[in-house]
Design a protein around this ligand. Structure first.
Ligand code: DAH
Length: 343
């Protein structure tokens, strides 16, 4: 065994001497020291078969050899690694005549995303949860559940895209369907906002798009009043626009609220003078809202005698236009870099 150890020591030294890179060095190490079948490992295992003084003597020797070989391995590894860095340092040159590399173009959020993020932050800070709903909706959630019956004239103003041979499905015309979905899923009390894409069969102009965004808000609790509604709406507009805004409240009709309102704000693009963004009226219809109709509360699976609520449907594209002074809604979907790079 003594002889075996001596041979092994020689073999190891020779193998390490021949090695030129770290990978090969590790292969050599494995050959001798791998746990399962390394040559050194095997000798250490065989020590068990020896007895008495022989075991003591050979055991000591084997440990010394093992320590020595490990040192050799460690030194060689350091040497090879240093050599590698030296080579890199010698071959790498800095060319100071090289022209500056073109500036990397960095992307950024779309203005609509910025507005939605701000709105969601604002409402989560007031204890609302942010929900989502499907863009392809059932007739029930989009209309029926919101108290818009099949023959109701309100359906005319919300003509949308239908799916061939699937009359019970529609591309949602508003985010309001999530009102009933939210009540069914979470019950009451409830505070939620939903931002999302909506669709209507609409000819486009400076303030209308067939595909647009809304943010729905719904609060269900006991004894909710119009004062709660107005307070929240003011908080919303000032939070996003970061300035005082002049508003006016008019009665408005929506089958899913009673009473219903239209909350308009003075156009910030033209300061009330009249422009494309406000249909030349000086006022922008921004926030239709109202107290939730008891029938909708019922569809949500709650008892309208116990629960009340308010809801609003913000045209978030219009709000975005007001915030940034965009005069035509179509810019927001055009994907024109000249427009988008301004944000
Ligand atoms: N969903 C309505 C629309 O798109 C807007 C609306 C009005 C939403 C009143 C509401 C509301 O939640 O209370 O025309």
């Amino acid at each position: 065994m003594k002889q075996e150890l001596e041979n092994l020591q020689k073999d190891f030294k020779k193998a390490v001497d021949d090695v030129k890179d770290v990978l090969k060095l590790d292969e050599v190490y494995q050959r001798f020291f791998s746990r399962k079948s390394g040559e050194m490992t095997n000798i250490m295992k065989n020590l068990k078969e020896l007895t008495g003084d022989a075991r003591k003597e050979i055991g000591k020797l084997a440990n010394e050899v093992k320590g020595e070989l490990e040192d050799i391995y460690g030194k060689k590894k350091d040497e090879l690694e240093n050599q590698k860095w030296d080579e890199i340092a010698q071959t790498e040159k800095i060319d100071i005549t090289q022209p500056k590399l073109p500036k990397k173009r960095k992307g950024h959020l779309h203005p609509m995303t910025i507005v939605h993020n701000e709105l969601e932050d604002l409402f989560t800070s007031m204890g609302f949860m942010v929900l989502d709903g499907p863009e392809l909706e059932s007739d029930f959630y989009n209309f029926e559940g919101l108290n818009i019956a099949k023959t109701h004239p309100a359906r005319d103003s919300q003509d949308t895209f239908f799916i061939k041979n699937k009359p019970e499905w529609v591309m949602r015309t508003h985010t309001s369907p999530v009102q009933v979905r939210a009540m069914q899923k979470y019950g009451a009390p409830l505070r939620t906002v939903v931002t999302g894409r909506c669709f209507r069969n609409e000819s486009t102009d400076a303030s209308h798009e067939h595909t647009f965004y809304q943010m729905e808000g719904l609060v269900i609790d006991r004894e909710i009043s119009i004062a709660n509604l107005i307070g929240t709406m003011k908080e919303l507009l000032q939070g996003v626009l970061k300035r005082e805004v002049e508003v006016r409240l008019r009665p408005g009709y929506f089958p899913f609220v009673e009473p219903g309102f239209e909350l308009d704000m003075k156009c910030l693009v033209c300061e009330g003078q009249g422009c494309g963004a406000c249909k030349h009226s000086g006022w922008v219809e921004t926030l239709p809202c109202g107290l939730v109709n008891p029938k909708v509360i019922e569809h949500g699976g709650l008892d309208p005698k116990e629960w009340t609520g308010f809801a609003f449907g913000l045209g978030s594209m219009r709000l975005c236009m007001q915030k940034y002074g965009v005069e035509d809604i179509r810019h927001l979907h055009a994907g024109d870099m000249k427009f988008l790079e301004q944000f």
